[in-house]
Design a protein around this ligand. Structure first.
Ligand SMILES: [Mg+2]
Length: 440
C-alpha cells in the first residue's frame, strides 16, 4: 500500500502502551510471561488496575473489582503493582518520544498524543515515524504499544485502538501495531462505529440517542445539532455532531503539567476511629469530586495520604486506565487505598488527591462497585451519578454546602466537622506521587 500519511496535517499520533502495568510486571518477572496477570489489590475490595492480554481473554479489564476478575479467572496471578517502577518506565518511553517531537501531551503514564507535523521533514512520514517509535519501544524497553495516526485527536485515539491486539472469542489476535486514518477516509472509518466511540458520548447520552433511533456515528452525522439540544444539552449536541462529521481541531498541548486537586484535613484531635475516618474520607471525596467537575477534568490517579501522630507520613496511590470524577468512585478507590492501614498511633492528618488529570469526556463506563457489602446497583454508571451530582452541586451552590449530602455523610454533627481546623484545598503540584508510593 502506498504510504500517504505525509498528507496528514497536523500529523497527530496517539501512542498507547499495551496493558502497561501488567507488561512491566512480566518484563521484571519473566516467569509471568504467557500467564493471566492482573495488577491490583487482591483484597476483597481490590480493583484491577491493569490486566495482561491472557487475562483479558477471560473478560477481565481494568477498573473491574478484583473479586469479579478472580471469579472469571481463578488462576489469574495477582500482583500488587509498583507505581514508582511504572513511572520510571514511562519516563523511558517519554525519552523516546522526545527524540521525535517536543509536542507531547501525556494522557496517562502509558499514553500520549504526539504532534509530529514538524518532524516529517527530518524523520520521514508519520507512518514511518510511528513504526520507528514502536520499534524503539520494543527493542530498547521490550514492551509493545499501539499507535494511531490521523489529523485529529479523536481519530488518532480511535486509530490507536484499531492498532492494538484484539480478543476474538478467547484468542488474542495481534493488531497491525500502527493504524493510519487519512482525512479522506475519516468518515468511512468513523461512521460504522457505535456513537459510544466518540468523545463526549457516555452511557447515558448513548441511551438517550438510542431512544431517538441514533445508534451509529453515521446516524448522528446527518443530524442538525439543534434537534438534539433538548435531549443532551446544547454543548454536547454540537460537540458530538461535529465529531461525527470528523470536525475536531483540538491541538496537542505540550507541557501540560501533572497537577493535582486535593483535599486534606488536619484534625484537632488525633483520630483512632475508623468510622470517623471513613466519614471524613467520603466528605473529602466529595470535595475533590466537586473541584474536578468544576475544572472539567477527571483523574486517573487517586492518592490517599495520612500523617500519624508521630508525624510518620504514608501515601498510597492507585492509577486506573479509566478517569474518575465521581465522588462515589473516588471514595471507593480512596477507601481501598486507606484499607486496613495501621492507625493505632492515631491519625493527625488525612487527605485525598486526584492527579493524572485529563479533560472530562472520554467514552467509558465504570464498573467499580468496589464495596462488596453494598447493595448499590452495579449498573449505575458514572454518568448517571454524574447527572445526580450536577443537581446536587446546583443545590449546594444555591443553599450552601451543608444543604445536601449522601446518607453516609450525615453523622451526629451533620455535615460539618467541628474538629476540623485546617483545610487545604485546591490545585497544587503533587511531586510525592512518583516518589514515595507505598503500594497500590
Ligand atoms: Mg494502554
Amino acid at each position: 500500500m502506498v504510504d500517504r500519511s505525509g498528507e496528514l496535517s497536523p500529523a497527530i499520533l496517539l501512542v498507547d502502551m499495551d496493558s502497561f502495568f501488567a507488561s512491566v510486571e512480566i518484563l521484571d518477572d519473566p516467569s509471568l510471561r504467557g500467564k493471566p496477570v492482573v495488577v491490583g489489590g487482591d483484597g476483597q475490595r481490590g480493583v484491577v488496575a491493569s490486566a495482561s492480554y491472557e487475562a483479558r481473554r477471560y473478560g477481565i479489564h481494568s477498573a473491574m473489582p478484583m473479586a469479579i476478575a478472580l471469579r472469571r479467572c481463578p488462576d489469574a496471578i495477582c500482583v500488587p503493582g509498583n507505581m514508582a517502577r511504572y513511572a520510571e518506565v514511562s519516563r523511558q518511553v517519554h525519552e523516546i518520544f522526545a527524540d521525535v517531537t517536543p509536542i507531547i501531551e501525556p494522557l496517562a503514564l502509558d499514553e500520549a498524543f504526539l504532534d509530529v507535523t514538524g518532524a516529517v521533514k527530518l524523520l520521514g512520514t508519520p507512518l514511518e515515524i510511528a513504526h520507528s517509535i514502536r520499534y524503539r519501544i520494543n527493542q530498547e524497553l521490550h514492551l509493545d504499544c499501539g499507535i494511531g495516526a490521523a489529523s485529529s485527536k479523536q481519530v488518532a485515539k480511535l486509530a490507536s485502538r484499531s492498532a492494538k491486539p484484539k480478543i476474538v472469542g478467547d484468542r488474542v489476535v495481534p493488531g497491525p501495531g500502527v493504524y493510519v486514518v487519512l482525512d479522506e477516509d475519516v468518515l468511512r472509518y468513523l461512521h460504522p462505529m457505535p456513537v459510544r466511540a466518540l468523545f463526549g458520548v457516555g452511557p447515558t447520552t448513548a441511551n438517550k440517542l438510542s431512544r431517538l433511533g441514533i445508534e451509529t456515528v453515521a446516524d448522528l452525522a446527518g443530524l442538525d445539532p439543534s434537534m438534539l439540544e433538548r435531549h443532551v444539552g446544547s454543548a454536547v449536541a454540537h460537540l458530538i455532531v461535529d465529531l461525527a462529521n470528523g470536525r475536531d481541531d483540538r491541538p496537542v498541548e505540550a507541557g501540560v503539567k501533572n497537577r493535582s486537586i486535593g483535599h486534606e484535613e488536619t484534625f484537632s484531635q488525633d483520630s483512632f476511629d475508623r468510622t470517623q475516618l471513613d466519614h471524613r474520607l467520603r466528605r473529602q471525596a466529595q470535595a475533590v469530586s466537586s473541584a474536578l467537575r468544576e475544572s472539567g477534568q477527571e483523574a486517573h490517579t487517586v492518592t490517599v495520604k495520612i500523617k500519624l501522630s508521630n508525624f510518620e507520613q504514608h501515601t498510597r496511590s492507585l492509577t486506573l486506565e479509566e478517569g474518575l470524577d465521581d465522588h462515589q468512585a473516588i471514595y471507593e478507590v480512596a477507601s481501598v487505598l486507606l484499607g486496613d492501614h495501621d492507625i493505632s498511633a492515631g491519625v493527625r492528618l488525612m487527605g485525598i488527591s486526584a492527579s493524572s488529570l485529563r479533560p472530562r469526556g472520554g467514552p467509558k463506563q465504570l464498573h467499580l462497585g468496589l464495596d462488596a457489602g453494598s447493595t448499590a446497583d452495579p449498573l449505575v454508571t458514572q454518568e448517571a451519578r454524574f447527572e445526580l451530582r450536577e443537581a446536587l452541586d446546583d443545590i449546594r451552590k444555591r443553599f450552601g454546602k451543608q444543604a445536601v449530602g449522601t446518607a453516609n455523610l450525615l453523622g451526629e454533627d451533620g455535615l460539618t466537622s467541628p474538629g476540623q481546623r485546617d483545610v487545604a484545598f485546591g490545585a497544587k503540584e503533587l511531586p510525592q506521587i512518583l516518589g514515595n508510593d507505598e503500594e497500590i
